[in-house]
Write a protein that binds this ligand. Structure first.
Ligand code: DGI
Ligand code: FE
Ligand code: FE
Length: 196
C-alpha cells in the first residue's frame, strides 16, 4: 500500500476531526523522530494507523480481542482502550504492516506499558501533544517532549491518571505500571524525596 492508499483508507474510517488529529499526530511524530534519531518512516506509519480502529463497532473490537487472545482484562475496562490493540491487529491484517516495533507502538498508544521503546514513547507523546490537542497542561507537555521523552511520559501519564481519577474512572493496570516505570527512572519522582 502506498501513502495515498493508506491516507484514503484511514480517512474513510473516521470523521473529519479524527482524521485531522491523525495528520497532527503524524506531523508531531515525525518531528520527534528527527529530534531523537528515531526512524521517520516508522514513526509516520505508526501515527497514521494509530486510531484506525477507533470507530470500529465495539462488538467487532470485542470479538477480535477474544479471537486473537489479547489481554482479557481489556474487556472489563472502558471500551475506549480497545482501539489500540485492535488497531494494531488491523495494521497487520488490513495494511500489511509486518514491523513488530510499529505494531507494538500502536498497541500500547493508549495505556503505555512497562519498558516502552523510543518509538512507543514517540507515538504516545505525539498523540498527547499534537497541534490540535487542547487541554490544561498541553503547553507544558509540548515543551517537555523535546527535552526528555521519559520526563514527558511521566508528566503525560501522571496527568492522564489525575484526569481519570477526577472522573472516577477505572485505570487500566498498564497505565499505572507505565507511570511507576517512568517515575522510578527519574530522581524527582523518587519516593525518598518524601522521607524526611
Ligand atoms: O484515541 P485518542 O483520543 O487520540 O487518545 P488515546 O488513545 O490516548 O485515549 C483514548 C481514551 O482512553 C482517552 O479518553 C483517555 C482514556 N484512557 C487512557 N488511559 C486509560 C484510559 N481510560 C481508562 N478507563 N483507563 C486508562 O488507563
Ligand atoms: Fe487512540
Ligand atoms: Fe489518537
Amino acid at each position: 500500500m502506498n501513502r495515498t492508499e493508506i491516507l484514503q483508507k484511514v480517512k474513510e474510517a473516521m470523521p473529519e476531526k479524527r482524521y485531522i488529529h491523525t495528520l497532527g499526530v503524524e506531523k508531531q511524530a515525525i518531528r520527534l523522530a528527527k529530534h531523537y534519531g528515531e526512524n521517520v518512516e516508522k514513526a509516520s506509519l505508526a501515527a497514521l494507523l494509530h486510531d484506525y480502529a477507533k470507530y470500529t463497532e465495539l462488538k467487532t473490537q470485542q470479538a477480535i480481542i477474544v479471537q486473537e487472545k489479547m489481554d482479557p482484562r481489556l474487556l472489563s475496562y472502558h471500551a475506549s482502550l480497545w482501539h489500540a490493540p485492535v488497531g494494531s491487529f488491523f495494521a497487520k491484517n488490513e495494511f500489511g504492516v509486518e514491523d513488530p516495533a510499529i505494531l507494538e507502538a500502536i498497541r500500547v498508544h493508549t495505556t503505555g506499558k512497562i519498558g516502552m521503546s523510543r518509538l512507543d514513547k514517540i507515538l504516545y507523546l505525539a498523540d498527547y501533544t499534537e497541534e490540535n490537542r487542547d487541554f490544561p497542561g498541553v503547553e507544558k507537555a509540548r515543551e517537555l517532549v523535546f527535552q526528555s521523552l521519559d520526563q514527558a511520559m511521566l508528566y503525560a501519564l501522571g496527568r492522564t491518571i489525575i484526569f481519570l481519577v477526577s472522573k472516577n474512572s477505572p485505570i487500566f493496570p498498564d497505565t499505572f505500571e507505565a507511570y511507576n516505570d517512568f517515575s522510578s527512572k527519574t530522581i524527582k519522582g523518587d519516593v525518598n524525596e518524601f522521607d524526611e
